[in-house]
Structure formats: C-alpha cells, structure tokens
Design a protein around this ligand. Structure first.
Ligand SMILES: [Fe+2]
Length: 251
C-alpha cells in the first residue's frame, strides 16, 4: 500500500486522505501499514467512502469479518476528523453498527452532511443500501440528496463510493469535490488505463486519480487492498490517496 498525493485546486487549503475499499481484510498488516501512512501524512480529514466493512446489515462491526476494519477506523479517528458512507459491500448499515462508528468519533453520512470550517462534507450512500435494488449495474442512489447538499453553503466535499454515479448524478451540479473508490484501479492497469471495474465494465473511464468536468472534480482511489483475491492486481498498487487542496494547485 502506498500513499499517493494529488494536488487539487481549491479556494481553501486542506489535506484530505481518502481511504476506500479496505474490505476488512483478515490480516493485521494492512491496518498497521495504513495507520503509519496516515500518521505520516497528518491529514486534516480522513474520508472513508465505502467498502471498509462487509455486510454491515448482517454482521456486527466487532465480528471477525469486520474487526480489522473497525480497528483501522477507530485508530484513524485519533489522527484526524473522520467521515464514512457506505459502499456496495456494506449493504444495510444497521443501527447498532452506526452507533459503534459514532461512538468511535466517526461522522456517519448516509445522505447527510456536516459543516467543517469552510467545507461542507456530505455522504451519498450506495444505491445497494436500498433492499429493493440489489442488482447490477449499480442501482441509483438517493438522487434527491445531491441538490439538497449542493444548496448548502461552503466548499462541498462528497463521499460517494461509486465513481460511475459522478457523471450521472453529481458532475456539474454544484458539488466541487467527490471522493470515490469501488473501481479497484481497474484491477490490471496498462498504459495508464484500468481493464475492468464493477459498475463500469471493461475499459472503465473512472478508475484512478483526478477527473474534472466544469467546476466539479472526482478523485478515485485505487483501493487499499485486493478484494478480488483470485485475480492479482497488475501495475496497480493499493493506495491511500492524499488530496492536497490549495489555491495554488493547478489540477
Ligand atoms: Fe465497491
């Protein structure tokens, strides 16, 4: 796992870490490595835009399936302000699990937002949260949330697990910066392009780094662990993204 820094042009200065697709691996090593990278980076905010845990409607966060994800997020809360929304693998965040996260100091954002200095941080929950919508391609999220969120004051930072939602529901609608995961970098990368991503199919357009449309930007993390264990990642290291926002940045 590496730390990859991307400068982002923004009116305010901030360092934002994006931790996506941890998939609560049952090995302690990635937890320690991720925490070391986060401590060294010293971010102002840490965003967890989904797939940190597994099946949080059925399993508790203290169950063996999820305990490494919980260890990561609890320790991260001691490093910076932490924000979380669900990905497709969380599917139905239970009230008890939400309470565990909130007691650890995590802001849980399920189509909700909070103000933090000049920033308004929101979370668009995965469409897979909706029990009637567990199907492929990715079911739509609560699209009413986006105009509500965009109408709030401040520079908008949105956690949204699915990058494929961005061109459909978010870009050009008043949300300045969106942080996503889910694409796993396209699993294999050749000549700077991913090969396959869930929700986007073959030769997916949004797999890694920063994308811009008008005044909207999308940052896509390649993910923290390999969730598809029987398919190795090629030329596609696991990562934590570090977004360095400043007025001087050019991207
Ligand atoms: Fe995902």
């Amino acid at each position: 796992m590496i730390l990859r820094t991307i400068p982002v042009s923004a009116p305010h200065r901030a360092r934002i870490a994006v931790c996506a697709d941890f998939h609560s691996v049952n090995r302690p090593m990635p937890v320690e490595r991720a925490l070391r990278l986060l401590r060294d980076a010293s971010p102002d905010m840490i965003l967890f835009p989904g797939d940190i845990f597994l099946d949080t409607g059925r399993f508790g966060l203290r169950d063996c399936f999820n305990q490494n994800g919980l260890a990561l997020i609890e320790e991260a809360a001691g490093i910076a302000s932490c924000f979380f929304t669900t990905g497709n693998h969380e599917m139905g965040l239970s009230v008890e699990n939400r309470r565990i996260l909130e007691n650890a100091g995590i802001r849980v954002l399920m189509n909700e937002s909070v103000r933090m200095g000049p920033f308004t941080v929101g979370g668009l929950a995965s469409g897979f949260e909706r029990p009637q919508s567990r199907r492929l391609p990715s079911p739509p999220p609560d699209t009413d949330f986006i105009p509500r969120f965009a109408a709030e004051e401040g520079y908008h930072v949105l956690l949204c697990h699915h990058p494929e939602y961005w061109p459909l529901y978010i870009a050009g609608r008043g949300v300045e910066l969106t942080a996503a995961g889910h694409a796993h970098g396209g699993q294999w990368r050749f000549f700077g392009h991913g090969i396959f991503a869930p929700g986007q199919g073959f030769l997916p357009p949004y797999t890694s780094g920063l994308y811009r449309q008008d005044s909207s930007a999308l940052a896509v993390s390649r993910g923290m662990t390999n969730s598809v264990r029987w398919v190795p990642r090629l030329f596609n290291p696991c990562e934590i993204l570090l977004l360095d926002l400043s007025p001087e940045a050019e991207s």
